[in-house]
Design a protein around this ligand. Structure first.
Ligand SMILES: Nc1ncnc2c1ncn2[C@@H]1O[C@H](COP(=O)(O)OP(=O)(O)OP(=O)(O)O)[C@@H](O)[C@H]1O
Length: 269
């Protein structure tokens, strides 16, 4: 579904720059949970921002396969309608905008991404209203979305401050699901939660993946949370992918010295 191909990202600073990502390649398949593991500063969030389109790579490509296929096939439905070069360029831009709406991101701290004065209902309906859904339909969808993230309807009238940390993350997930993304990026979304609430959120993500055939890019610095949850993983260190593979295989027999070190730290914290 999504290919990240030899991507590098350098942030230029006043004195010296930072190479946040160096030659990173990975792919996320439809309906899979892919975990991105790494310590603070390894480049996980930069990669997420590149996938969402909030940052541009210095080198390399982030490619949605469906979009690439449409661009490659001049006689396909989308490109076939372009009789002039300008129309084709427009179709290309529309395809890119489409790609961006296919991915949604949920961050670690829901307080930073939610307006504290808005009700949960307004928070969840906002993306729908901005995309032309009428108020009655949006209210009905908000109700359904709350059900999907296993929250009671009574929460619709509450403000974020009147919800627990776990409930706020479920609201953030409901808002992200409003536009039916194919890929949900969860960037350290359970880091501030207690272990029980964290397990419940992971169960919810598993159920949502199955119900919606959605892919999830799950970003975490804690290797111990992803066994039995993620299908595949990539381990990052200093902007590079040092190991990638099926989760259970990597957890049982890690190949890179760094992954072994991370695993040892989980067993003997
Ligand atoms: N906008 C930016 N400008 C300059 N440097 C940046 C910027 N964003 C990230 N960096 C640098 O890029 C490197 C990777 O940062 P990034 O946030 O991607 O890491 P991370 O693995 O997500 O870390 P954390 O788990 O702490 O969020 C770091 O050295 C960081 O300081």
């Amino acid at each position: 579904m999504l290919d990240v191909i030899e991507v590098s990202k350098r942030f230029e600073g006043r004195k010296q720059g930072t190479d946040a990502l160096m030659d990173v390649s990975l792919s996320v398949e439809r309906g899979e949970i892919f975990a991105l593991i790494g310590e603070s500063g390894s480049g996980k969030s930069t990669l997420a921002e590149l996938i969402v389109g909030l940052q541009q790579p210095t080198r390399g490509v982030v490619r949605w396969r469906e979009e690439a296929a449409a661009e490659r096939a001049p006689d396909s439905q989308a490109a076939g309608r372009c009789s002039e070069r300008s129309a084709c360029l427009y179709a290309g831009r529309a395809a890119s905008a489409n790609a961006r709406s296919r991915v949604q991101i949920v961050f670690q701290n829901p307080d930073r991404s939610m307006n504290p004065y808005w009700s949960v209902q307004r928070i969840v309906t906002e993306p729908l209203l901005l995309n032309g859904v009428n108020r009655t339909e949006a209210a009905a969808r908000a109700s359904e979305l709350l059900e999907q993230v296993r929250l009671p309807q009574a929460l619709l009238d509450r403000k974020p401050a009147e919800c627990s940390g776990g409930q706020k993350q479920r609201v953030a997930i409901a808002r992200a699901l409003a536009l039916s993304p194919r890929l949900l990026i969860a960037d350290e979304i359970t880091s501030a939660l207690d272990p029980g609430t964290e397990r419940e959120i992971l169960q919810l993500l598993l159920a949502l993946r199955d119900e919606r055939r959605m892919s999830i890019l799950y970003i975490t610095h804690r290797l111990e949370t992803i066994g039995g949850f993620a299908d595949r993983l990539a381990v990052m260190k200093d902007g590079r992918v040092v190991e990638t593979g099926e989760t259970e295989e990597v957890l049982e027999a890690p190949k890179s010295a760094y992954t072994k070190q991370l695993l040892a730290a989980c067993l003997y914290p």
